[in-house]
Design a binder for this molecule. Structure first.
Ligand SMILES: [Fe+2]
Ligand SMILES: [Fe+2]
Length: 147
């Protein structure tokens, strides 16, 4: 059975592909595809995954740092949302998003997940995977269709 790490890693890859596409075509539509994939990912981690890690005091610093990175990604994303795709700093802002996301993904995959694997059982990691998938599904159903 899939664990939460399998699912999050697969989504990291999808987000990265979508960002590459957005950098290639520079369209707002492509940015919205990035956002539609990124928003539930960040929220799902914050609701279902990070809180379990925060219970372990030895991981609190790592998790606090991950929250800060989420906030940075959300703030760049909301700037992009209010920008015109044709504006002069669009390209550099998308690049900023790419760098911020890549950095965070690397930290999760090389630091957060290995530490999480030490404190969460395999059973738990599968259980959160199911909760995450349910959350992700309901999140998508609640979203208004993208412009
Ligand atoms: Fe992630
Ligand atoms: Fe994250």
């Amino acid at each position: 059975m899939e664990t939460i790490y399998d699912i999050l890693k697969a989504e990291h890859k999808q987000v990265s592909d979508l960002i590459q596409q957005a950098m290639r075509d520079g369209s707002k539509e492509s940015f919205f595809k990035v956002k539609a994939k990124t928003d539930p990912h960040l929220l799902g981690e914050e609701k279902l995954f990070y809180p379990l890690l925060q219970e372990k005091s030895e991981l609190s610093e790592l998790v606090n740092h991950a929250y800060e990175e989420h906030n940075e990604i959300k703030s760049i994303s909301s700037e992009l949302e209010s920008m015109d795709a044709g504006s002069s700093n669009w390209t550099s802002k998308i690049k900023e998003l790419d760098e911020s996301v890549s950095h965070h993904v690397e930290e999760e995959e090389t630091k957060v997940f290995p530490e999480a694997q030490k404190v969460l059982s395999q059973d738990k990691a599968q259980q959160i995977a199911q909760q995450y998938l349910d959350f992700s599904k309901s999140f998508k159903q609640e979203q208004p269709s993208m412009p």
